[in-house]
Write a protein that binds this ligand. Structure first.
Ligand code: ZN
Length: 450
């Protein structure tokens, strides 16, 4: 059974679902005010891997991830550029999907937009005001954190220590520094919606409560996001659900931070914190492999060396996939698959799963070299299943290799077979000069774009 670290419980627990074989998960999506950065890429990949693994294990998965299309940063950025905030958000959202598609993240089952849920958010805030869990001030409506007895559950801190640690704000109408805005009254020129407290817009913490409960229902299975969201965002989502008398998410899962190598790299590679830049400069699958090679709760450091290394490792997997395509048909080695499941079920131990994948590929290559083709086929099948389960697409087709280059590769094999090394080297040089990488594999020369 899958076990995951639950932030609310502070330990690894069995992942129990509301309905057997059917997983409901909600992952906080982006505020669309700029191009996705590496942190966005990481949470998207971590939860994509979890989703794919659950699917691979035979579950149905309903995956909801929102688009925050109204927020202070969107308004500010649109104003800087002198454009309409709604049009600006739409444009940024298109960039988001393009990059996510590029790194192979499956589209959510539902992608609710904050602006489409304003009446439902207003209704929730009205209920919270009516029950005394929220109060109006001159600039908005605030939630009284103290009405939730276990406020601080996700922060793993008591409400008193949170209150003591909160920064003192200029807003004197707030009854406690840990109270947070549910509704922001509009300033002139800002986008706004009508409400009982005048025109304004919802605070960020309200949309996910309303959208997750609407699309997944009470007591849905998992709420996830980057570690930076556990407090205050997820704490505040949960507080509203509790105060509204709703059963919220059963499990809370958060992924670690991304550390980007400093100044030196940003000079040589431009703004490397931008996910599109990483995708443009390396194999688009490289970031997934980097994310998989670290445990999801550990910080990862992204730098030129680790990204290049991941690209090279993927090229080796592709070479292997091409060799595997010529093996006899066989069932995947079930011992390997059992080890894979054991690793993944242990709080998604993807570093162990990746070590197993590369070890299985090495063993399969050795078996090919030794002519043990049935054994190689079983190992290859298991390696391909592992890759599929974590969303690493392998390219068994050589891809865009023009006929003349493919012909040169065959000519090199013929020269080598005839022990004409000078000719073989000359052909290799010609292929490399044309911009291709030449690799020797057990089944002959393989060529791929450099
Ligand atoms: Zn959220």
């Amino acid at each position: 059974m899958l076990r995951l670290f639950d932030t609310a419980k502070g330990e690894v627990v069995p992942f129990e679902t509301r309905e057997p074989g059917r997983v409901s998960m909600y992952v906080c999506g982006p505020t669309v005010y700029g191009p996705p950065h590496l942190g966005h890429g990481r949470f998207s990949l971590v939860f994509d891997v979890l989703r794919r693994y659950l699917l691979w294990r035979g579950n149905d998965v309903v995956y909801v991830s929102n688009i925050t299309d109204i927020e202070d940063k969107i308004i500010a950025r649109a104003a800087e550029q002198g454009v309409d905030p709604a049009a600006f958000a739409l444009e940024q959202e298109a960039v988001w999907w393009e990059v996510m598609d590029g790194i192979g993240v499956m589209r959510p089952t539902h992608d609710p937009h904050a602006t489409a849920y304003v009446p439902e958010m207003v209704a929730l805030i009205e209920r919270l005001v009516a029950s005394g869990a929220a109060y109006e001030t001159s600039d908005g409506v605030y939630f009284r954190a103290e009405v939730v007895a276990d406020y601080g559950l996700l922060a793993r801190q008591s409400i008193d220590s949170l209150r003591a640690g909160a920064r003192v704000e200029a807003n004197e109408e707030k009854r406690s520094p840990i109270d947070f805005a549910l509704w922001k009254k509009a300033k002139p020129g800002e986008p706004s919606w009508p409400s009982p407290w005048g025109d304004g817009r919802p605070g960020w913490h309200t949309e996910c409560v309303v959208m997750s409960l609407d699309l997944l229902g009470e007591g849905f299975d998992l709420h996830g996001g980057g570690q930076d969201l556990s407090f205050p965002h997820h704490e505040n989502e949960r507080a509203q659900a509790v105060a509204d008398g709703k059963r919220f998410s059963t499990h809370w899962v958060h992924n670690g931070f991304v550390e980007v190598e400093g100044e030196k790299m940003s000079k040589s590679l431009g703004n490397f914190t931008n996910l599109s830049d990483l995708v443009a400069q390396f194999d688009p699958r490289a970031y997934r492999l980097l994310v998989l090679r670290a445990h999801y709760r550990s910080p990862i450091e992204v730098n030129v060396a680790s990204a290049s290394d991941a690209s090279a490792a993927l090229a080796r997997l592709d070479t292997f996939a091409r060799a595997a395509a010529r093996l006899p048909v066989a069932l995947p080695d079930d011992k390997v698959l059992a080890s894979f499941v054991a690793a993944m079920d242990d709080d998604l131990d993807t570093p162990a799963a990746m070590a197993l994948l590369f070890d299985t590929v090495r063993r399969a290559n050795t078996a090919i070299d030794d002519g043990r083709l049935d054994e190689a086929a079983g190992l290859a099948g298991a390696a391909q299943e592992i890759a599929r389960a974590v969303g690493l697409q392998l390219h068994a087709e050589a891809g865009e290799i023009p006929d003349d280059i493919a012909a040169l590769a065959r000519a090199r094999d013929e020269a080598r077979a005839a022990r004409d090394w000078a000719r073989a080297d000359a052909v290799r040089d010609e292929v490399q000069a044309a911009g291709y990488v030449v690799e020797d594999t057990p089944s002959g020369t393989e060529v791929r774009p450099a």
